[in-house]
Design a protein around this ligand. Structure first.
Ligand code: DGT
Ligand code: CA
Ligand code: CA
Ligand code: ZN
Length: 588
């Protein structure tokens, strides 16, 4: 196991111990053990274990040393498995409800015998929770709201999670001898920020073996439907998937249909009808006398197309990439040949908003740089939190200064091909002032400004607050415009149009935060914003090395927002970025 995977287990042990009412010191030992582990380099951890020196690290007692060693060498931990089995799964689920910590859960269990979400809902409805000491009406209402959200959000999944499930399945399907073509269609293929269910489409010579392979995938909990050419399953995560199998000559039509979106399909069908054609997942046939015997006979003579580009061409259109198929003007643009060449993952040469163990990241500066180098990035921007974000271990002025020196030394050592830029994710204080003074900000290559607290301000106040930060001469870019967490938390209220105007006026970039649970600013706003001259930075907001890869989700969103390479700053090479940042600093 990697150090971060081990840290996850330690954190989970901490939660489980809390739920069993274990003494707080023991709980804290696991929590701080996880933190201490994250502060080590991966290679250092391996060396310490090998040399039996892990116990010399502050925070690692004998019990932790043994458990970390076991996890590192075997990937398993008997103690953890037993502990997990001893705690009701309902209690762990309850711990995911905002505002419901282990202490309260223990009270609910001992006083009301509640050990599941269902029982908790019931107890709230009967007012029993409000009556408990230390709870009250307000807490009960908050718990109920949390449960409602959980249900509403529970039906959809983050694109990234869905993609991780779908990738090996598509690859596996393509490798089957009966399969000619296989794709994941639906919202996943369109790069939507959340996905309701997966829609696999296969062209195959034989149906039965393909279905048998599909329903036997690891993680499939239940087969919810099974027909002759279609089957549906539900995975343990709750994610559902449809698999449809069609004859090869139908594949392109079905792929287009099941990619959607519905709005796009409706417009395409209308366009086909206007040309005397009927378009469906089965094919493209003369529309006249639809449903008659003659038409049915003709249906067999559907136009043949080898790919979607040909299908669009049959309707007088340039190819429309899946990300744009939202029925938001892409068909009109494709008719005139006015579709932009969209930014691609391979266009990115670096990214600006990333964290290290100096604040709340889980990998060190050197590890993050090595990971960026492995991605082939020319540059990596480090933007750790500022002092007011104490919950995220924000850096004081002294620590920023020290980090700048570290980064300069790292660059000078030329150990990595990737150049590191010094930055900060500077809190926008409630009044719109920045968390650091000008003298400090002036020492940095760039400044990302973000809101991390007092989310409850009204829209006008929040908008003014953010615009004030944008107007600061040292501000380079705005982080996560709304602070939303997909499927978990609404963003704070802000007038996006006004913020965009201010950013354009002050030549400030707005980031497209590529973290799969943010994707903020929303793709729906980018097309118009970029037309007004706004520039975008696709930033992973990585808190560990693996997080850098999240730019893929950001590129999806950027493409859905019609963004071209030219509109995304981190497609520029290192020399251009150096010129840009130096120019900004000199001007102000
Ligand atoms: P999701 O799963 O909610 O994230 O969104 P989609 O877009 O994947 O929707 P889904 O799985 O219900 O259906 C896949 C595609 O099939 C959808 O994007 C368009 C097509 N489709 C499904 N139902 C209809 C329909 O009633 N009319 C039309 N025109 N297309 C449909
Ligand atoms: Ca779907
Ligand atoms: Ca579906
Ligand atoms: Zn942030």
């Amino acid at each position: 196991m990697t150090k971060n995977e081990i840290a996850d287990v330690l954190t989970e042990i901490g939660v489980l111990l809390e739920l069993t009412g274990e003494n707080p010191f023991k709980v804290r030992a696991y929590q701080s053990g996880a933190r201490a582990l994250e502060g080590l380099e991966e290679a250092e951890l391996g060396r310490l274990i090998q040399e039996g020196q892990l116990g010399t690290i502050k925070g690692f007692g004998e019990a932790l040393v043994q458990k970390i060693t076991e996890l590192h060498t075997t990937g398993k931990l008997g103690y953890f498995e037993k502990l997990k089995a001893s705690v009701e799964p309902g209690l762990v689920e309850m711990a995911q409800i905002p505002g419901l910590g282990p202490k309260k859960i223990i009270v609910l269990k001992s006083k009301l015998g509640v050990t599941s979400i269902a029982a908790l809902t019931q107890a709230c409805r009967e007012g029993k929770v409000a009556a408990l000491e230390g709870f009250g009406e307000k807490t009960q209402e908050k718990i109920l709201a949390g449960i409602r959200n959980r249900e509403a959000y529970g039906r959809r999944h983050m694109w990234w999670d869905a993609w991780e499930v779908s990738e090996p399945i598509v690859a596996g399907l393509r490798a089957l001898p009966q399969v000619r073509r296989a794709e994941a269609a639906g919202s996943l293929r369109r790069g939507m920020e959340t996905v309701g269910d997966l829609d696999f489409l296969v062209a195959a010579t034989d149906v039965e073996p393909v279905i048998a392979w599909f329903v036997a995938r690891p993680g499939v909990k239940e087969v919810t439907a099974r027909g002759e050419t279609k089957t549906s399953v539900r995975f343990e995560s709750g994610l559902q998937a449809d698999l449809r199998i069609v004859p090869e000559e139908q594949f392109v039509f079905a792929l287009h249909h099941f990619t959607g979106s519905k709005d796009h399909n409706v417009q395409m069908r209308q366009r086909a009808l206007a040309r005397g054609l009927s378009m469906s997942e089965w094919g493209l046939v003369p529309a006249e006398g639809e449903g008659t015997a003659k038409a049915k006979a003709e249906a067999k003579q559907s136009v043949t197309v080898k790919d979607e580009a040909e299908l669009f061409a049959k309707l007088g259109l340039h190819f429309i990439v899946p990300e744009l198929r939202e029925g938001l003007g892409e068909i009109e643009a494709a008719e005139k040949g006015g579709l932009p060449r969209l930014v691609e993952l391979a266009d990115l040469r670096g990214a600006f908003h990333n964290h290290t163990t100096a604040s709340d990241g889980r990998n060190t500066l050197a590890e993050m740089t090595a990971a960026a180098e492995a991605l082939g990035w020319e540059y990596l921007g480090i933007a750790d939190h500022s002092k007011s974000s104490f919950q995220a271990n924000g850096l004081s002025e002294e620590r920023v200064t020290k980090q700048i020196e570290e980064i300069h030394a790292l660059n000078a050592a030329k150990k990595f091909k990737t150049h590191v830029f010094t930055g900060t994710e500077c809190d926008i204080l409630p009044d719109g002032k920045l968390d650091f003074d000008d003298a400090l900000l002036a020492q940095l290559d760039y400044v990302v400004v973000s809101v991390h607290n007092v989310f409850t301000q009204d829209e006008a106040t929040m908008t003014k607050r953010i615009i004030r930060a944008i107007e600061h001469p040292r501000t380079t870019m705005l982080g996560h415009l709304t602070g939303r967490l997909l499927l978990r938390r609404e963003g704070y209220k802000v007038d996006a149009a006004k913020v965009i105007d201010a950013a354009v006026a002050h030549d400030v970039v707005i980031e497209l935060n590529a973290s799969p649970w943010r994707l903020d600013m929303d793709w729906r706003l980018w097309r118009k914003a970029a037309e007004r001259g706004l520039r975008c930075a696709i930033n992973p907001d990585a808190h560990e090395t693996a997080g850098l890869a999240h730019v893929r989700a950001g590129v999806n969103a950027a493409r859905k927002g019609w963004l071209t390479k030219e509109q995304v700053v981190n497609t520029q090479n290192l020399a251009a970025i150096k010129r840009w940042l130096a120019g900004r600093r000199a001007k102000k």
